[in-house]
Design a binder for this molecule. Structure first.
Ligand code: CA
Length: 236
């Protein structure tokens, strides 16, 4: 089956068995795909074919995957999901700060890969619908934000948020589906990133979640990425 409406995924991976695993998974689930074995090829393919999503290995033979992200980001917002063998969080954070949307750590399961892809495709659909409809109002499940009024509602009730909680909620909402690093969030909220801002961020997140989530211990809206940051999920 080859649905011509299905998203095109560019797979950038020099490890052939892993490349084959990803491609087989994509084929089985009716995604279209392109492949690149190195960074130069990846940048070329991304610009000439304009794929919907990029799966990018960070350890490439000719250049660092971070450099590929920077080059693609100089002209495109296409979602980039980083695949990293390095379990070190610093690499993931660097990739996210360079403009990656999400990450997958090797070894990963096929289910995990598909889950990340689904989140990204939904983010893509959201971005497209946002540009065509009224972008001054945000809705996600029971959450609604009226940016112009500076108000957030949950299930029709106005949320009693502090200015900082509101700022944090808006930042996450405007980047629904994307993992935001602690540094990115604190820089956007406080203008600078300090270690104790990250500690303050955790505190604000706890109070925001108490107001937003029906079950703060197992949040629906805001996902925690331990050691990395947070992501607003699209809720049904
Ligand atoms: Ca590699």
């Amino acid at each position: 089956m080859n649905n011509s409406n299905s998203p095109v995924v560019l797979v950038v991976e020099d490890d052939i068995p892993i490349q084959n695993l990803i491609i087989t998974t994509l084929k089985t689930h009716d995604y279209r795909y392109l492949k690149a074995n190195n960074g130069n090829e990846a940048v070329m393919m991304a610009s000439s074919h304009n794929p919907e999503v990029v799966f990018l290995d960070l350890g490439l033979p000719d250049m660092d995957g971070i450099e590929v992200i920077k080059q693609i980001r100089s002209w495109s917002n296409m979602p980039i999901i980083v695949i990293s063998a390095r379990s070190d969080d610093a690499d993931k954070i660097e990739a996210l700060d360079a403009g990656a949307d999400d990450y997958l750590t090797k070894p990963f399961s096929v289910e995990e890969l598909l889950a990340r892809l689904r989140v990204t495709v939904r983010r893509l659909a959201l971005m497209k619908s946002d540009s065509s409809s009224d972008s001054s109002v945000y809705t996600n499940g029971k959450l609604k934000i009226e940016y112009s009024a500076g108000c957030a509602y949950l299930d029709g009730e106005e949320m009693k948020l502090t200015p900082m909680e509101y700022k944090l909620l808006c930042l996450l909402a405007k980047n629904t589906g994307k993992v935001l690093t602690h540094t990115y969030i604190t820089e956007n909220i406080w203008g600078k990133s300090w270690d104790n801002d990250i500690a303050s961020l955790r505190v604000f997140m706890v109070t925001l979640r108490k107001k937003l989530e029906a079950t703060p211990d197992s949040p629906h809206y805001i996902q925690t990425h331990i050691g990395i940051g947070y992501r607003m999920l699209k809720v049904d």
